[in-house]
Ligand binder design. Structure first.
Ligand SMILES: Cc1cc2nc3c(=O)[nH]c(=O)nc-3n(C[C@H](O)[C@H](O)[C@H](O)COP(=O)(O)O)c2cc1C
Length: 156
């Protein structure tokens, strides 16, 4: 049987957000989990085919001006209709790096993912406020949780 695929569609424009993305991938690729592969696609490069190839998607974004990054918004602008009705019940998780808040971004992404009928399999993770190293551990755990869920088939 082929490996299950996690596609991490995450905007990582800074050193800190690159750390978060790497932590998510590290968790998703944890040695304790068999039969799951994870890859990163920058949202500006992500296509509907990337979504079709995914058994689960992990979305990542900064919060800018009270909303998701323009890069993640561009992904949805291009991929929403091609994905609509073809990716229903796709398991997804979300993490947000927000210097101050994060709730506007969470609401916006949940609304769009809800429109697609994607299935949120984890509470959104908001890495909020001044940078803390614990954010990396939380992102690693998020990636591991999604991968473990795929491994045991609880999202099926
Ligand atoms: C133009 C701009 C707008 C921002 N707006 C928000 C915002 O509305 N809410 C928020 O929580 N953080 C906001 N931030 C902070 C970013 O979320 C933060 O800088 C980004 O996630 C990168 O995190 P880092 O500085 O740890 O690399 C903004 C940053 C910039 C540059």
């Amino acid at each position: 049987m082929g490996h299950k695929q996690i596609v991490v569609i995450a905007h990582a424009p800074s050193e800190n957000t690159a750390k978060l993305r790497d932590a998510v991938l590290r968790g998703a690729r944890d040695d304790s989990i068999q039969g799951v592969e994870a890859r990163w696609v920058p949202p500006l490069e992500a296509t509907p085919d990337d979504v079709f190839s995914a058994d689960a998607v992990i979305l990542g974004t900064t919060e800018n001006l009270g909303y998701m990054s323009g890069a993640l918004k561009d992904f949805f602008d291009r991929c929403y209709y091609p994905c609509l009705e073809r990716t229903e019940r796709l398991p997804y998780a979300l993490y947000i790096r927000a210097g101050r808040d994060g709730t506007g971004t969470r609401r916006a992404v949940q609304s769009i993912a809800g429109g697609l009928n994607w299935r949120q399999v984890q509470e959104p993770l908001i890495c909020q406020g001044a940078w803390r190293d614990e954010f990396e551990a939380a992102c690693e755990e998020l990636g591991m949780t999604v991968a473990a869920g795929l491994e045991v088939g609880i999202f099926a």
